[in-house]
Design a protein around this ligand. Structure first.
Ligand SMILES: *Cc1c(COP(=O)(O)O)cnc(C)c1O
Length: 403
């Protein structure tokens, strides 16, 4: 039925309409005080977001990419270093690594959580690295010293942080969490015997407030969270042209501040984040039930027992993805692919020397994944309609296969 009303992949308008008066009032207050850079709005949001993430510090910056860049630099990742991450993430993860002068090195992801495979990480450190003459851990592949790990909490699901932190401690590696899709995500840390917030586990973490994220600004914004006072202080200097005191530059930095209007808007929205995340979890549950009959033909997200996902995305896996997407589009249902090409096969990273077959799990995922509509205002009726079309599309194909 081509005249079915559109179900967008993401409805960004509804939450802004619900909060319109409050958001406009914050904008008006900014106009009337001309407080556009720094000031109480930024400090207030930083305070509230640190508290939300259970960290001592939060530093607001211009984007999630800035947050990653500044956190890596402040934590001591240096030119010529090698930093380990995963190939199935948004390119900002590796841009940040290269832009602090380091080189990204990949390990494959886990088949079920789509986050860093800790056995592959262990294997990389034990088998694919060696000590050089001065005792530094270097990658055998590139000869670069390995100094950091950036696990990515993808789609709102945490990476398995306990073993990552244990390996990092054993090899003296700096862990910076990419929490850009994980606002409110929780990880059960058996070694700490408690649930921990994404962004509070590594040395520091990066959050993005790009509009489509679980907590989104009305424009560009990001933040670093950390319990390390020295890192927080360095990030504040780096975001502001390397100055702790106006026009006295200890280092060269960036223009990477969080602007005050965005901070004020984010602070209002942060008050709703727990409820929005809860609604995403409910929607994921509803999908799980509606799609349960299709499990032979479709793989749905499975949260690990140590994970409370916030379902930034609801990503399923199908065969013949193009037809699947076309069929949903014909019924006016939006979808996305996050992401179609793993980073090690992107043209931008030809210089890293990877080839097809190097990371088979990430490569297979890239061919099979589809993101279904997922946002707090998604209704059970809409999900019913989506799953009816999904069911028809998937079973039609399996009948063909079985015939
Ligand atoms: C969104 C995102 C980023 C970058 O954030 P920006 O605010 O767009 O700079 C980095 N990593 C991941 C995994 C993301 O999803």
């Amino acid at each position: 039925m081509a005249n079915d009303t559109k179900i967008a992949f993401l409805d960004l308008v509804a939450p802004h309409m619900e909060l319109e008066e409050e958001l406009v009032a914050a904008f008006r207050a900014a106009l009337r005080s001309a407080a556009f850079i720094g000031g109480p709005a930024v400090e207030g949001f930083e305070h509230d977001f640190a508290s939300f993430c259970d960290t001592r510090f939060c530093v607001g910056v211009g984007s999630g990419t800035d947050a990653l860049r500044f956190a890596l630099a402040a934590a001591g990742i240096a030119k010529g270093d090698c930093v380990i991450t995963v190939p199935n993430t948004f390119i900002a993860t590796t841009e940040a690594i290269s832009q602090v002068g380091a080189q990204p090195e990949f390990v494959d992801v886990d088949e079920h959580t789509y986050t860093m495979d800790v056995e592959k990480l262990r294997n990389f450190l034990e088998e694919k690295c060696e000590r050089d003459a001065s005792g530094r851990l270097v990658s055998k592949r590139t000869g670069h010293p390995v100094t950091g790990i950036v696990p990515v909490h993808l789609y709102g699901h945490p990476a398995d942080m306990d073993p990552i932190m244990e390996l990092a401690e054993r090899y003296h590696l700096i862990v910076i969490e990419d929490a850009c899709q994980a606002h409110g995500t929780e990880y059960y840390s058996a070694r700490n015997k408690r649930w921990m917030k994404a962004g509070s586990i590594g040395r520091a973490a990066a959050f993005s407030f790009y509009p489509g994220k679980n907590l989104g600004a009305c424009g560009e914004a990001g933040a670093i969270t950390t319990n390390d006072e020295a890192i927080a202080r360095k990030c504040r200097v780096i975001r502001d042209h390397g100055q702790a005191k106006k026009y006295y530059h200890d280092i060269e930095g960036y223009n990477g501040r969080l602007d005050s209007i965005q901070a004020a808007l984010l602070r209002i929205k942060l008050g709703h984040l727990r409820e929005w995340n809860e609604r995403r979890r409910k929607a994921a549950e509803v999908y799980g039930i509606l799609l349960s009959d299709l499990h032979d033909d479709m793989i749905v997200p499975a949260a690990a027992p140590w994970a409370h996902s916030v379902y930034h995305l609801y990503v399923v896996r199908v065969q013949n993805r193009d037809e699947f997407i076309a069929e949903l589009a014909a019924h006016n249902i939006g979808t996305g692919i996050h992401y179609p090409v793993p980073l090690h096969l992107q043209s931008a990273y030809g210089y890293l020397g990877y080839k097809e077959g190097d990371f088979p799990v990430a490569e297979r995922l890239a061919k099979e994944i589809v993101s279904l509509p997922m946002f707090p205002n998604l209704t059970p009726d809409q999900q019913q309609r989506i799953c009816t079309v999904v069911g028809r599309s998937v079973s039609k194909r399996s009948t063909l296969v079985n015939a």
